[in-house]
Design a protein around this ligand. Structure first.
Ligand code: ATP
Length: 141
């Protein structure tokens, strides 16, 4: 079966570097899928889930925010602002961060509001991705 090479990096680290069957990415113009032999493409990414279909058929979700993806020659390179594999998402940290952002929102101020909205989107995405992974595990059992 034809595969792609997927690399996901952030300013901190290499999050994933592996062969996959397909990947779905959260483009700013909408989410899009990449299969082997996809045409070359560069796309900017928004906060959302990256859905990876591994070489063995396993499905993995990754919470990502910002950056861009480069697709060429069966290689997909994602350079994201932040990215966490679902297994690495610390849910207690997400919940604490959501509470802090909500308090910031309650304090008011247009600037605080815009910033809190942005960070809340990132935190909620982490929760959603962890949930998607759980649902995937439940489907398999
Ligand atoms: P916090 O307020 O919880 O520290 P933050 O807003 O500082 O969150 P980000 O700026 O989104 O967090 O991310 C900073 C780094 O921490 C990134 O490398 C990101 O992957 C990682 N990270 C953030 N939240 C989590 C989490 N809940 N679980 C695992 N890694 C996380």
């Amino acid at each position: 079966m034809a595969t792609l090479h997927l690399e996901i990096v952030t300013p901190d680290r290499v999050v994933l570097d592996t062969r996959v069957r397909s990947v779905r990415l959260p483009g700013t113009m909408g989410s899009f899928g990449v299969l082997p032999n996809h045409a070359p493409l560069i796309a900017s990414l928004t906060t959302g889930a990256i859905k990876v279909e591994h070489d063995n058929g396993d499905i993995e979700y990754i919470a990502a925010s910002g950056g861009f993806a480069d697709v060429r020659d069966n290689r997909v390179t994602v350079i994201a602002d932040t990215a966490e594999r679902s297994a690495d998402i610390d849910l207690a940290r997400v919940r604490a961060a959501i509470e802090r952002a909500q308090a910031q929102l309650a304090e008011g101020g247009a600037e605080a509001y815009t910033q809190a909205q942005e960070t809340l989107r990132r935190y909620m995405n982490r929760l959603k991705v962890a949930q998607q992974q759980e649902e995937e595990a439940a489907r398999r059992h």
